[in-house]
Design a protein around this ligand. Structure first.
Ligand code: 1GP
Length: 247
């Protein structure tokens, strides 16, 4: 519970957590290490490592190692399947893609991965993963029945199911690089329904104002990946995002 408690305490003290997502398929491990170091200086709270395609095995191991060597922040796995696990990470978002049509993404990969998490001593953080339109690669690979952007009630229904199943975190995902992030109305409706469960929002967030709107609507944690990999000045971009969401 070390990493989960740490994140929850930051939500309580700062109002929100910022998470930086690095996809091992997008850059070499040493570059990921440099980005993580700059993100740390910019004030991010933890580094997530994962992706829908190509984020497995050695690429994940080496990326986690490079990040661990370059900063002191917790490294949390965000695996696309059981192949995205690494014993070198501190924690894993132990997630089920609740609106998938494919049982592999709902429970089979989790069953295959669970003994690896157990033996490796990786902290599991129980999380529901719900993919919203447009959904991106996560939606396509995970064969998600995408929640329409204008149907917050459907997101609420899945989120309440996650809460009643005992999941701690609820991640509403618009897809990496999405042209539209999860709508604020949907964030508000979900947070209003689930109360104490932590709500994470990611996909298509590129600036402080967009992140702030979602925190004001009830998001506890904001994930940014693509923008951090694209900008020249990582530290400055992270500062913008962090300053926008912390109270
Ligand atoms: C993707 O939600 C994350 O799984 C982050 O999305 O890459 O668009 O920031 P971006």
């Amino acid at each position: 519970m070390v990493v989960e408690e740490r994140l929850n305490k930051i939500v309580e003290s700062d109002g929100a957590v910022h998470l930086t997502l690095l996809d091992p398929d997008s850059q070499l491990p040493e570059v990921a290490g440099v980005i993580a170091q700059e993100a740390t200086r910019g004030g991010t709270d933890a580094i997530m490592v994962g992706g829908s395609t190509g984020a497995t095995g050695v690429a994940v191991d080496e990326t986690v190692q490079a990040i661990k060597a370059s900063c002191n922040l917790p490294v949390i796995l965000f695996p696309g399947n059981a192949g995205g696990l690494s014993e070198k990470a501190d924690a894993v978002f132990f997630m089920s893609l609740l609106n998938s049509r494919d049982i592999n993404y709902i429970i089979t990969n989790q069953a295959i991965g669970a003994p690896i998490v157990y033996k490796g001593g990786i902290e599991p953080i129980s999380m529901a993963y719900i993919v919203i339109e447009p959904g991106g690669a996560a939606g396509w690979v995970g064969d998600a029945r995408l929640i329409p952007r204008n149907k917050p009630k459907l997101a609420v229904a899945y989120s309440l199911a996650a809460k009643y199943l005992g999941m701690h975190y609820i991640y509403l995902e618009a897809g990496s690089g999405a042209d539209k992030p999860v709508p604020v109305e949907m964030v508000a409706a979900v947070k209003n329904a689930v109360g104490t469960n932590r709500v994470i929002i990611g996909g298509g967030i590129r600036d402080g104002a967009t992140a702030r709107e979602r925190v004001k609507a009830g998001a506890d944690m904001i994930v940014t990946g693509t923008i951090v990999e694209e900008v020249d000045d990582v530290r400055e971009k992270i500062e913008e995002l962090v300053n926008a969401i912390k109270s």
